[in-house]
Design a protein around this ligand. Structure first.
Ligand SMILES: Cc1ncc(COP(=O)(O)O)c(C=O)c1O
Length: 390
């Protein structure tokens, strides 16, 4: 490994715990032995028929340049600007939108646009496990700040203490993976006020990267506020992989907050294309771009997801588990009985029930259930959760 670049090794180090998990946890498991796979946000049912129809329609060439090189194309940018503008009540222009390969691509794009080697990015813990890898691959520095213990709100005082002159970005992920918390407008306004004060102190803006791939996956009518609505120096990343439950279709965008002062807004828009070229032509495939206006109308069944959330949450709570009831996302987060996530998840795995130990998210006493499992899997696994309750 040492023959290769330091940053490739540093990126790999951040993922080591995940790769180790993959290599050991499901080693030698054959599909027939899996009772329920509740580990990752992957589909366990056939895709939405409307999604398949849309893809078929847009893969069929209608002009000679159908499969020519594409950057961020005009039509999808217009469609996204209109839809997002309506959703967040902000006047996005097509130039504010960069089409990307999912939220992953948008996050990598934002990091490269805003950060030089040695610059710092503040991240929530627990939180998604790939921010640090993407940062390390470009020699930027992750700075983790734990969320508040009970509410899983951002610890705004702790974020303030973690800010240095090298801080360029604070990542806000709402609805939050893995806790399912959706941050209130008041809470985000408080964060914005602190960031405005710190930006003024250092004489340059600290940006929010609002990681919103679960924005439309919310329960019980919980309202959503994007940080972009309360803080002008915000970039939004989005993925269609969650709402369509098709993460293998790499498709999403990075959106610049239209309230951002003009010189920053214009420069970000201008540099996005060259940065994506530099990131290996990081634009979505042509058919995905043609499909965007149609894909915008599609969604997995959120009511069915909410029913699975209720079923799992209520059953586990009844057996004494300490679970957080998620307001959004497709995850259920809770305390592992006995306080050791690895032994708990291994005990379940012996019975073909797979969940994620919090060890992967820097929280070794907790575990995560992914509700994208189908209803049959959920019913079949419940007796094992009952068996291992404290
Ligand atoms: C919080 C968060 N951000 C970003 C991503 C990346 O999304 P995608 O793979 O759709 O690009 C994920 C995927 O799990 C996620 O949970």
């Amino acid at each position: 490994m040492t023959n290769l670049s330091d940053r490739a090794n540093a990126a790999a180090e951040e993922l080591r715990v995940i790769f180790d998990f993959f290599q050991t946890y499901r080693k030698d498991v054959v599909d027939e032995d899996v009772v329920a796979d509740l580990t990752f946000g992957n589909p366990h049912e056939m895709p939405l028929p409307e999604l398949v129809e849309t893809l078929k329609t847009h893969i069929e060439p209608k002009r000679v340049d159908w499969f020519a090189y594409k950057t961020s194309e005009e039509e999808p940018r217009k469609a996204v600007a209109a839809a997002l503008g309506k959703e967040l009540n902000l006047p996005f222009a097509p130039e504010d939108i960069a089409m990307t390969q999912g939220a992953f691509g948008a996050i990598a794009l934002a990091f490269t646009l805003l950060m030089d080697p040695g610059d710092e990015c503040i991240l929530p813990v627990p939180g998604w496990f790939c921010y640090t890898t993407i940062l390390r691959a470009q020699n930027s520095v992750p700075v983790t700040v734990p969320l508040l213990d009970d509410s899983f709100n951002l610890d705004i005082d702790a974020i303030e203490r973690a800010i240095t002159p090298r801080t360029r970005i604070v990542v806000v992920n709402s609805p939050h993976n893995p806790t399912g918390v959706v941050y209130s407008r008041e809470h985000l306004t408080e964060l914005a006020a602190m960031l405005e004060r710190k930006s003024a102190e250092f004489g340059r803006p600290i940006f929010i990267l609002s990681d919103e791939p679960y924005r439309r996956i919310r329960f019980d009518g919980v309202p959503f506020t994007s940080p972009a609505e309360v803080y002008p120096y915000t970039l939004i990343d989005y993925s269609y992989g969650k709402i369509l439950l098709a993460p293998g279709l790499r498709f999403g965008y990075l959106a610049i907050c239209p309230n951002m002062p003009g010189e920053f807004r214009a420069e970000l828009s201008q540099l996005a294309v060259s940065t994506q070229v530099a990131q290996g032509w990081g634009f979505p495939d042509a058919p995905m771009q043609y499909a965007v206006a149609d894909l915008e109308k599609l969604s997995i069944d959120i009511d069915a997801l909410q029913a699975k959330r209720n079923r799992m949450h209520d059953a586990l709570t009844q057996w004494g588990y300490n679970m957080t009831k998620p307001a959004g996302t497709f995850y259920l987060w809770g305390k592992a009985p006995g306080g050791d996530a690895v032994s708990f998840t291994q005990a379940l795995a012996k019975h073909g029930v797979y969940v994620m130990p919090g060890t992967l998210l820097d929280r070794p006493a907790d575990f995560r259930i992914c509700l994208t499992a189908n209803e049959g899997m959920i019913e079949a696994c419940l007796p094992f959760f009952e068996e291992f309750a404290e």
